[in-house]
Design a protein around this ligand. Structure first.
Ligand SMILES: NC(=O)c1ccc[n+]([C@@H]2O[C@H](COP(=O)([O-])OP(=O)(O)OC[C@H]3O[C@@H](n4cnc5c(N)ncnc54)[C@H](OP(=O)(O)O)[C@@H]3O)[C@@H](O)[C@H]2O)c1
Length: 219
């Protein structure tokens, strides 16, 4: 599979890139600064690195051609209240014109209607400290849904740099009744779940929670 990754230098995107390379996929990493890619990536003959600004729609379009899945895993600072809303429309237009097969957007659990499935404590945090940040994520999710492009949206819980757990859970939101507490998941588990979403075309049009194997109440 040809995967194009925006945000390949980030905590999530770099791990996804590494795992996808190990799995034998071809990865095109679309980066602002190739120097910020992790030095040690496996199977680098499967890796193409393209230096491109996401704001440069023409260059982005060219670099997205041939992608089966475009993973959008970029994020701005917490204080940038319209980071995604400013950038996603251009990215989606480039995906459309390039004929990308599907857009996999990495959002965050707590954005938009997903907050209703969170615990009271988590909802308090989402509606205060993270309010503006999550509003931007939720607006971006809607932009993708309304774009008419084939999509999957991932909603990882809080992530941490820790040793990977044996498994993780990737569950379509309609099957999630509630997420107790404020779970955290190792970044490598989130990357594994995202790779699974990218590899599974049956998840087209689905919104998927990514969390730990235990605790989630199912609908
Ligand atoms: N980490 C978590 O706990 C967590 C939990 C749930 C969901 N998520 C979601 O996962 C996604 C990725 O998060 P992350 O933790 O990997 O973030 P991160 O480590 O901060 O990485 C951010 C990525 O976005 C890129 N980026 C920032 N500004 C950009 C711009 N103007 N143009 C192009 N690229 C730009 C960065 O590229 P440069 O290297 O060039 O700066 C980097 O690759 C986000 O949607 C986030 O909300 C994260």
């Amino acid at each position: 599979m040809n995967l194009s990754v925006l945000g390949a230098t980030g905590n999530v995107g770099s791990r996804l890139t590494a795992q996808a390379l190990t799995a034998g996929h071809h990865i095109t990493a679309l980066v602002r600064n190739p120097g910020t890619l992790p030095a040690a990536l496996p199977n680098t003959e499967g890796l193409s690195v393209v230096q491109v600004a996401v704001e440069d729609r023409a260059a982005l379009l060219e670099s997205l051609r041939g992608a089966d899945v475009a993973v959008v895993s970029i994020t701005g600072k917490m204080s940038e209240r319209s980071f995604m809303q400013d950038r996603l429309p251009g990215i989606l237009e480039a995906c459309r014109e390039a004929g990308v097969g599907r857009v996999l957007l990495v959002s965050v659990f707590g954005a938009g209607d997903t907050a209703a499935k969170a615990s009271p404590l988590a909802r308090l945090v989402y509606s205060t400290v993270l309010r503006g940040f999550l509003a931007d994520k939720a607006a971006a999710d809607l932009l993708l849904i309304d774009s008419g492009l084939p999509f999957t949206i991932a909603y990882p819980v809080n992530l941490k740099d820790a040793a990977a757990l044996p498994t993780q859970l990737a569950l379509p939101l309609e099957r999630v009744a509630g997420v107790p507490g404020m779970p955290t998941l190792p970044l490598d588990n989130a990357a594994a779940a995202l790779l699974g979403l990218a590899e599974d075309p049956d998840l087209t049009g689905r919104r998927v929670l990514i969390t730990g194997e235990t605790g989630v109440r199912t609908a």
